[in-house]
Ligand binder design. Structure first.
Ligand code: PRX
Length: 646
């Protein structure tokens, strides 16, 4: 234990303690959203109070929360806790290798390190508004660099360590990011990933990058380019010789951008979702405290990577905003064995475990042996995120991890929503297996049919939209506001469209049924089918391809690719490997197809549109009832595809 007693060093005036309080908050948030959020925002630290709580229209869209309010999110996540939590762990870091020592950073340590690195960034020329790309493994320095950017008003763009050089180059170009912070390498299980080498490859195309700051971690040999590349440690030393200077927090408007995070859509290249300082801060902290029912002193372990939104919101900003202790785990659940999560829980006496259905399903496959001898009694709350959780996984989690005494929160949200929108609140509102259940106060979901008509009542299915802004929502897509409009606000008038299908049961609980657009969810990672097709099509010899998802026992969805290949290849399996390699190069290993079927033609309508519905059914193994195929240009291709199914 890190504390003798759990003193009440911080109270959350907005914490919902009962079902009654939840109902009341929800009612109030609909009746008077501005009053509701203004009150919550008032418990944060502002340098100047806002002029208006909310300006909005979904037409442009224009969304402004707390406009005119001045603040710095790091003062809320760090400085304001120093009085009471100075010696309390802010970050516990558990390394990949269980034999290596873990690290604990108190709030004071975190403060010192963020100040130091903020000065490093400044010394290297980074200014307010500049975009800084962070491509690092799961080390505490990633959180430190993230917060240092926020401290000086630079806009961070964290890129998940699994993306390829090409993906990084695309993102650097889109954001015109002139600064990069990376590591020599990262560990993931028994693998070592040369992050700096990937950056070097990306930078061949990005001559505009001025500085690369490299943290020593794996000490793999890397190239250091004179004038461009500097070592993290050397730069820290330079700051230290300046005599431990302070770094006053840059004054930011609530609506200044905090970060860009790239995510896949149904068309084209990934888009840079932009979140702003004030609303994001209020929403992540509010949702963190309420959904997980955080109690001061609790150890919160979110197993996501900081490279995804879950890590941004519920490893870094939400927990630190609440003065919580957040655990950063560098490794993977199955190394050195499938008991690693349980070792981490046992070792650090974790109270809240927030993970993904894909991890649960993969661990279920190892049976109960990895749980033997692991003390999980510290656990109080379990959480799930990223994809629908099937009932079997839900019950396994409940029975074997939570021992039927920990509420499970099934949290539905998206990169674009900034924080959790639909979820039960642990122990406060009821859970229902495979249901995200009810909206958080301040969130107004609606279901619509394909014509955009709102579907009222219960026991109904439709496309999930949100009809009123909440502070954590995206403001734009970087460099292309119209893309934000067409993607999210143009499908249905005056509604934010999530891209998800949803069912509302007899008592008003929401169950997310999955994407209704051409976006796949593979192991909780969002991947656009068009993106994978573009990558496959870059492989020499590929004429055309079509990618669909199919149910996968562990990943939730697998990637099934139908590929028309010119006839000159002789070894299908080798060609499959080559295609996979191409996809790894263009996007990253996470987007590699699980199955590749070579076909002579694709089912197309006379106007040339691929009928994915048919391909999806075949990939799912549903070979009968393919629906109407009479509109196809050449219905005979369907038979051939059915025969050749892999
Ligand atoms: O389809 C939904 C699914 O993940 C999508 C968002 O992906 P991303 O932006 O990468 O963010 C993932 C982490 C927040 C959603 O459109 N999704 C997320 N959470 C759930 C979910 N589907 C069902 N249940 C959930 N709890």
């Amino acid at each position: 234990m890190y504390f003798e007693t759990k003193q009440n060093f911080m109270s959350y005036p907005f914490k919902i303690n009962s079902l009654e309080a939840y109902n009341k908050a929800r009612e109030q948030s609909v009746k008077d959203p501005e009053g509701f959020w203004a009150e919550i925002a008032s418990s944060f630290l502002w340098k100047k109070r806002w002029d208006t709580v909310l300006n909005w229209n979904f037409k442009e869209p224009k969304i402004e929360w707390f406009k005119g309010g001045k603040l710095n999110i790091t003062e809320n996540c760090i400085d304001r806790h120093l009085g009471t939590l100075s010696n309390k762990p802010a970050i516990i870091w558990e390394p990949n290798d269980p034999d290596e020592n873990h690290r604990v950073l108190t709030y004071r340590d975190l403060y010192n390190k963020v100040i130091q690195f903020s000065n490093v960034l400044k010394n290297n020329g980074v200014k307010k508004g500049d975009r800084v790309c962070l491509y690092m493994g799961m080390v505490p320095e990633l959180a430190i660099a993230t917060l240092a950017c926020a401290r000086i008003g630079a806009v961070h763009s964290v890129i998940f360590g699994g993306f390829s050089a090409q993906s990084i180059a695309d993102r650097l170009q889109d954001a015109q990011a002139e600064y990069i912070v990376t590591c020599d390498g990262a560990y993931r299980g028994n693998k070592e990933i040369s992050l700096k080498a990937v950056i070097d490859d990306a930078l061949v195309q990005c001559r505009f990058v001025k500085k690369v700051i490299v943290l020593t971690h794996t000490r793999t040999p890397i190239s250091m380019i004179k004038g461009r590349d500097v070592w993290w440690e050397d730069e820290i030393k330079k700051v230290e010789t300046m005599g431990n200077p302070d770094c006053p927090a840059e004054e930011m408007d609530a609506e200044d951008p905090l970060f860009i995070l790239y995510t896949s859509g149904s068309t084209g290249k990934p888009k840079g979702v932009v979140h702003t300082v004030g609303g994001y801060m209020v929403y992540t902290t509010y949702s963190f405290v309420n959904v997980f029912q955080y109690t001061p002193g609790d150890i919160h372990f979110c197993t996501a990577d900081i490279g995804w939104i879950t890590g941004h919101s519920y490893i870094v900003y939400g927990p630190l905003g609440a003065g919580a202790t957040t655990l950063i785990f560098e490794g993977i659940p199955t190394w050195p064995d499938a008991g690693r999560f349980w070792d981490v829980v046992d070792k650090h006496k974790v109270n809240i475990l927030y993970t993904a259905p894909t991890a649960i399903r993969s661990l279920m496959g190892f049976g109960l042996e990895p749980l033997v001898g692991k003390d999980l009694s510290s656990l109080k709350v379990l959480g799930s995120v990223g994809e629908p959780i099937n009932e079997e996984a839900w019950h396994w989690f409940d029975e074997h991890i939570g021992k039927k005494r920990c509420p499970i929160v099934d949290t539905w949200w998206q990169t674009e929503t900034g924080g959790i929108l639909i979820s039960n609140m642990a122990g406060i509102t009821p859970s229902k297996p495979s249901y995200a259940t009810l909206p958080l106060p301040g969130v107004q979901p609606v279901l619509v049919d394909e014509n955009g008509m709102v579907i009222e009542g219960n026991n109904v299915s439709g496309n999930l939209c949100i009809k009123f802004p909440w502070p954590g929502m995206l403001r734009t897509t970087y460099g292309d506001h119209d893309r934000c409009r067409t993607n999210y606000f143009a499908t249905y008038e005056n509604l934010y469209f999530t891209g998800d299908g949803c069912y509302r049961d007899a008592t008003g609980n929401y169950r997310i049924t999955g994407r209704v657009d051409d976006v796949l969810n593979v192991s909780g990672h969002r991947i656009g089918t068009a993106e994978v097709e573009n990558a496959i099509n870059m492989h020499a010899g590929v004429v055309e391809s079509a990618v669909v998802g199919y149910p996968h026992d562990i990943k939730g969805q697998g990637i099934y690719a139908y590929v028309i290949y010119d006839n000159t290849h002789d070894d299908d399996n080798l060609t499959r490997l080559d295609i996979n390699q191409t996809v790894s190069r263009i996007i990253g290993a996470i987007a590699k197809p699980d199955k590749i079927q070579f076909v002579k033609g694709l089912p197309k309508t006379r106007s040339g549109k691929i009928m994915r519905r048919i391909l999806r059914k075949i990939a799912e193994g549903e070979l009968e009832n393919l629906g109407d195929t009479s509109t196809l240009l050449d219905p005979s291709v369907v038979e051939e595809i059915k025969q050749g199914r892999v």
